[in-house]
Design a binder for this molecule. Structure first.
Ligand SMILES: O=C(O)Cc1cc(O)ccc1O
Ligand SMILES: [Fe+2]
Length: 439
């Protein structure tokens, strides 16, 4: 069947309990119960648990699939070698330096065919999927589609930020088109395949502890930042296709593969609240100071993965969208700072206000307590600013993965990708004294 991905229908809302049927099979969802003796259309019922059975009701997440064959129908897993994906940090030398990467290479199809799985490389991370605590940040750079191959992450949830090229993502729940300036979340255990039309690149944040949720709004009130109704979840779609199909599963930081004799996208209907979603970052409602001073970037939090320490995230996903800047007699760019959290930044498009030389498709890492802030040119210009209302970051979109974990860097990111900008520290080397001395 030919799909027009631009016309796909989605369910709207964050964290809702959805009911979804492929329109080709009306009434395929069982009525009034999850496990009838025989399901409609002779489907198999299968539960996917995203939280412990006994998790409190407000956090409990699970989905019921009604599928042609249950996922259990597969050959045993065998290991797949992967040099680029890792969740083992003990081989890394600690390195507190401010690090900047020039745009990560996108492989040309003439050189080497690479799909989303082949093109996924870990940049940094901490913790461990075995103890279910930690996070990892990766880059994907690929040029071909995952034909009859699916990926399934048993270790945690993926938040995917496309930077170049749209992703056509097929999941067990249905399909979603995710373009640059949109993001998607595909949770632990959900099988998905990524198709691309052109060489493509983006960023991935993986969390092991918990699922992402919307941040609390506190005194902001009931509206603002990312509004729940703007999150979109795929609607049921299936194919009944016999073929040689491979599922690649990441488990304890290593890859394994297993063969099926059919497409794993055979879910005719599903219901539940454990489901992937996408979000258009242009819909974010920006809140900021309208009097004086620079607010902390937590006001730009789209999604947060909380830790057990109240108010402290395993990882926040924060964006720096185009907005009005109106604060008076204020140093408007980001302040100089040292942070107990670690900040990884990426640039989807345009420029980042506080830094020359930060390029779209590249990244920066400012590790915990490593000093950073605007470059010298930004400082000199901001202290002379007339502070009139003005648009900032027009046509630009930067983001930050901010984590309470202290991240270790991989050999790939520091050496073999050859993208580290060794002159990054020079951004600050022409800072000069402005001290006027005692009167
Ligand atoms: O370091 C950065 O560029 C990110 C950042 C932006 C900001 O406006 C305030 C604090 C902060 O860490
Ligand atoms: Fe910062």
């Amino acid at each position: 069947m030919v799909t027009d991905w631009e016309d796909l229908k989605y369910h709207s809302g964050f964290g809702n309990h959805f009911s979804s049927e492929d329109p080709r099979c009306p009434n395929s969802l069982p009525k009034d119960q999850n496990s009838p003796q025989i399901c409609p259309y002779g489907l198999y019922a299968e539960q996917l648990s995203g939280t412990a059975f006994t998790a409190p009701r407000e956090t409990n997440q699970r989905t019921w699939f009604y599928r042609i064959l249950p996922a259990v129908f597969h050959e045993p897993f065998s290991p797949v070698k992967s040099d680029l994906i890792t969740n083992q940090w003990d081989k890394s030398e600690p390195n507190p330096n401010r690090t900047r990467w020039n745009p990560f290479d996108i492989p040309s199809i003439e050189d080497e065919k690479k799909d989303f799985i082949d093109g996924l490389a870990t940049v940094c991370g901490a913790g461990d999927p075995c103890s279910r605590h930690g996070a990892a940040i990766s880059i994907y750079a690929c040029n071909s589609s995952m034909n009859d191959r699916a990926f399934c992450n048993a270790d945690g949830d993926f938040l995917i930020v496309p930077q170049h090229g749209a992703l056509r993502i097929t999941t067990e729940f249905g399909r979603m088109l995710v373009k640059p300036e949109e993001i998607c979340v595909i949770q632990q255990g959900i099988r998905f395949s990524v198709d691309v039309d052109q060489p493509s690149r983006g960023y991935v944040l993986e969390v092991f502890d918990n699922h992402f949720r919307l941040p609390d709004l506190g005194p902001i009130g009931a509206n603002g930042l990312a509004n729940p109704r703007d999150f979109e979840t795929p609607t049921a779609w299936y194919e009944d296709r016999e073929c040689e199909f491979i599922v690649v599963q990441k488990y304890q930081g290593s890859l394994f593969q297993s063969k099926l004799n059919h497409s794993c996208y055979d879910v005719v209907a599903w219901h539940g609240n454990y489901a992937p979603y996408k979000y258009d970052l242009r819909k974010f409602v920006v809140v900021n100071s309208v009097s004086i001073d620079h607010m902390d970037p937590s006001i730009f939090t789209v999604l947060t993965c909380p830790s057990l320490k109240h108010g402290t995230a395993i990882a926040d996903f924060v964006i720096f969208p185009p907005r009005w800047s109106v604060q008076e007699h204020t140093f408007r760019p980001p302040y100089y700072h040292r942070n107990c959290m670690t900040e990884f930044m990426g640039l989807i498009t345009g420029k980042y206000e506080a830094k020359e030389g930060f390029q779209a498709g590249g990244a920066t890492l400012h590790s915990c307590m490593t000093p950073h802030g605007p470059d010298s040119a930004c400082y000199e210009s901001a202290i002379k600013d007339e502070c009139k209302p003005m648009r900032i970051a027009e046509g630009s979109l930067a983001f930050m993965f901010e984590t309470s974990l202290s991240l270790a860097l991989t050999h790939w990111s520091m050496k073999s990708c050859h993208r580290v900008d060794h002159d990054y520290f020079k951004c600050w080397s022409s800072l000069r004294k402005h001290f006027t001395g005692p009167k």
